[in-house]
Ligand binder design. Sequence first.
Ligand SMILES: Cc1cc2nc3c(=O)[nH]c(=O)nc-3n(C[C@H](O)[C@H](O)[C@H](O)COP(=O)(O)OP(=O)(O)OC[C@H]3O[C@@H](n4cnc5c(N)ncnc54)[C@H](O)[C@@H]3O)c2cc1C
Length: 369
Amino acid sequence: MLSILELERKVVKTDLCTNCGACQGMCPYWRSYEGRTFVDYECDRKEGRCKYFCPRMPADVDGLLKQFFDEGDIVPQLGAVKELYLTRAADPEIRAKAQHGGTVTALVELALQEGFIDAAVLSKAGEGDGATLDPAGCLVTDPAEVRKCGGSSFQIPPTMATLNEALKDDVYKKIGVVGTPCKTLAAYKMMSKPFDDNDNNADNIGMVFGLFCGWGLDWKGMEAFGDAAHVDILPSKFHRMDLDDKQVDLDDVLPLVRENCNYCYDMTAEFADVSVGGARSSEGWDVDKGWNQLIVRTEKGRKLVELAREKGVLEFREFGGGDAKAAAMDKLKNAAASKKAKAVSALTDKYGDLGYLEPSKDAFKDYIK
Ligand SMILES: Cc1cc2nc3c(=O)[nH]c(=O)nc-3n(C[C@H](O)[C@H](O)[C@H](O)COP(=O)(O)OP(=O)(O)OC[C@H]3O[C@@H](n4cnc5c(N)ncnc54)[C@H](O)[C@@H]3O)c2cc1C
């Protein structure tokens, strides 16, 4: 079957597509509009890169994890964990625009300044007054531009299309990319080079910065809430989404969660050099607000984080007394396991098997009911 038809039938038409953009930016055939991916024209390739880069096409994700990360570091629920920290950007200007503590912005800025990467693919909101609507991928080479992309949109832009375009040009040799778990999985699928002679210069991916992610929202659904400078989903006990000063009951938000997010098994962006989420320690939300949890997954990630400590770019906070760090780790494992269990249940309901995770069936067997 033609790749384009296979991808359309297996992923786009079955509501599995995340709109990550991994199929776009290499050819004129795949496009995206308001959070939806579509085929613009027919292509006659039987083995297209689009099909192999897509994070929702069947692949052995467990094998991929073992290929790229130290097996001894792999925690079944979380992927590779070398270190877990509570951090925030030291610069208050970064924190003011950031989603949580600005750890991602501070690390990407430092990575550019220190030559870990020579360009960064980020996401930036559109031209409205706020920062949460109409996001798009953007390529940044000036460290001073990174902080303009701080904060989160819960709409899902096709950021990987921007990465593919930058890779295709072969100008930058160490491109950093920031993304939600679907996007970072796509980046590692690219780096696994399914076509040795036609890999869109995937070796030029220099670092991957993962974002924890529960789900994204439908493009129109998010528009209905209006633009805001800052949006956040609070810890589950609050059952709330805040858009600036406006508080929205989560019951009004959950119907707008993208269908494809129900099939995602990864909460902590397991495919990344470092992964960052909101802090959840035993100290409670009043203390955690404005801080991040940071998982270091690779040696390159560790070097960058240690440099950030040395240079005072990141502030580090203790988890609390006694075995508070172990408790935070357990909390994270439970939350991540719960997302895996939900995805496995949604996939088996839909397909009768694990769908795109079937090649890694053994790694998910404990979640099958
Ligand atoms: C769809 C979505 C769901 C999320 N769900 C969770 C969750 O369940 N639990 C949790 O702890 N945190 C969640 N987050 C927040 C995310 O984990 C934070 O971005 C992370 O904690 C980094 O915080 P920070 O202050 O360091 O980020 P910042 O320093 O503000 O940097 C944020 C970075 O994210 C990029 N970005 C913004 N919007 C998007 C987007 N839509 N797609 C890709 N990149 C984007 C920006 O370019 C920027 O580089 C979610 C974020 C998104 C986009």
